[in-house]
Design a protein around this ligand. Structure first.
Ligand SMILES: [Zn+2]
Length: 215
């Protein structure tokens, strides 16, 4: 298991300085190169607009690089009538991309926290998942980043993040093992320190894990 502590900072080091951002033309030329590398002819009719489409879709697939996950959690609500039990958002669809092979990682993410005095809009938790997953990732780092950001910004009594995902780099290529899912978790605060609280969370997650991911 690699040491994940150095990856726990929500302040992302993944952002590319603007000066190194390629132009649209450079991106399209790179796609044409890869098409030739695959053995096809970028000039044939069916592929003529492909570089433009791929360059455009990369903006969507990797939208996380232009999203600040911390800002997503800044608006919170304090009128919660003392609610201090687990808040769990289960089965958040996760679409990410393996940073080693640039192919999809598809799965679900479960995000939980134990509020201290304030809560956040639940859709914001899903947006934090998107902000980190719409980047080139490894699942371990993704799990740590989501948990660390929620912990740092909301400062709750505990945070738990569990990801179950299939990696196309091992289902459609390499060892070709479809149906295999990888599970990672990051527990902080009470979820880490208190076995009862941790068990309660894992049982809530397990009650109806929908296995929505496809490999
Ligand atoms: Zn991979």
């Amino acid at each position: 298991m690699p040491d994940l502590n150095d990856m726990s900072s929500p302040a992302s080091a993944d952002h590319v300085p603007a000066s190194t951002t390629p132009t649209q033309e450079e991106a399209e030329a790179a796609v044409r190169t890869l098409l030739r590398w695959a053995g096809d002819d970028p000039a044939r009719e069916g592929l003529r607009d492909t570089p433009r489409r791929v360059a455009k879709s990369y903006k969507e697939l990797f939208a996380g690089y232009s999203t600040d996950p911390v800002a997503l959690l800044e608006r919170t609500f304090e009128e919660v009538e003392g609610y201090d039990e687990i808040v769990l958002l289960r089965d958040i669809r996760l679409e990410s991309y393996c940073e080693h092979h640039m192919v999809p990682i598809i799965g679900v993410c479960h995000v939980a926290y134990l509020p201290r005095s304030r809560v956040v809009g639940i859709s914001k938790l899903a947006r934090v998942v998107d902000a980190y997953s719409k980047r080139l990732q490894i699942q371990e780092k993704l799990t740590v980043q989501i948990a660390a950001t929620i912990n740092d910004v909301l400062q709750p009594r505990g945070v738990g993040v569990v990801i179950e995902a299939g990696h196309q780099c091992m289902t459609t290529r390499g060892v070709h093992k479809p149906g295999v899912s990888m599970v990672t978790s990051r527990m902080l605060g009470d979820f880490r320190d208190n076995p009862v609280t941790r068990r309660e969370l894992m049982s809530l997650i397990g009650q109806r894990s929908s296995r929505m991911f496809e490999t």
